[in-house]
Design a binder for this molecule. Structure first.
Ligand code: ADP
Ligand code: ZN
Length: 218
């Protein structure tokens, strides 16, 4: 199964992707995580994107597309994958489509997590993220079991540099302008599934599973 996660920053894409990756035993590929890893490891790519990301802007399409296609074509992706944070522009969506077509493949579902801006702005300041495995936590509806510690790998949780109020507003604006129109693109293809992302993560997960079953492909 090849899935795409759409939704505003902080909508819960990463959390839901993790659930699905475990359940379906397919890789969870997060563009943001790949960038952050490159930034921490101070790679050439990391140096190129660091400033852009800290401003809350989008990394140029050609850079993202190259990085993601390289990842998608690795062997562990043969049975499918969950894309989290990519595609984020029309350009990226069509590049993905054409690249997959060369292998006779296509995306099965695009899941859109619906969360109003007001709730996003409430969630972000309390978001904590694991610097090692990139799992996100929120004091509001999914706190870590031990305060300040990652449930999955035990690392000390941190606040993301781009989760401040100003950058979040910028990212939301970019989301509405660039990424939200992709919903129409996938709706026209008949593969868009919209889910209420305001509930707690377990309920959202159940709603997605229900919607997938309803769409007859699970
Ligand atoms: P969020 O979904 O919380 O905004 P991500 O971790 O997905 O955060 O992405 C963090 C940042 O990485 C984005 O604000 C953007 O600068 C960059 N980025 C990630 N994915 C893409 C993409 N597909 N296209 C362009 N830039 C991206
Ligand atoms: Zn972790």
């Amino acid at each position: 199964m090849r899935l795409i996660m759409l939704g505003a920053p902080g909508a819960g894409k990463g959390t839901q992707s993790t659930f699905f990756a475990e359940r379906l035993n397919i890789p969870h590929i997060s563009s943001g995580h790949l960038f952050r890893k490159n930034i921490t490891e101070k790679t050439e790519l990391g140096k190129e994107v660091q400033e852009i990301i800290s401003r809350g802007e989008l990394v140029p399409d050609r850079i993202v597309i190259a990085m993601m296609m390289e990842r998608i074509l690795q062997r562990d992706c043969g049975r499918g994958y969950i894309l989290d944070g990519f595609p984020r522009t029309y350009e990226q969506a069509t590049a993905l489509k054409h690249a997959l077509l060369e292998y006779g493949e296509q995306i099965d579902h695009a899941l859109s997590l619906e969360v109003p801006d007001e709730l996003i702005k409430k969630r972000m300041p309390s978001r904590l993220v694991c610097p090692d495995c990139d799992t996100s936590y929120s004091a509001l509806n999914n706190p870590p079991l031990v305060p300040g510690v990652c449930d999955r790998c035990g690392a000390q949780l941190v606040t993301r540099a781009d989760d401040n109020e100003e950058t979040v507003s910028k990212r939301l604006e970019t989301f509405h302008n660039e990424t939200e129109p992709l919903k129409d693109y996938y709706r026209r293809k008949g593969i868009l599934i919209e889910v209420d992302g305001t509930k707690n993560p377990d309920e959202v997960y159940k709603d997605i599973v229900r919607a997938l079953v309803h769409h007859g492909n699970h």
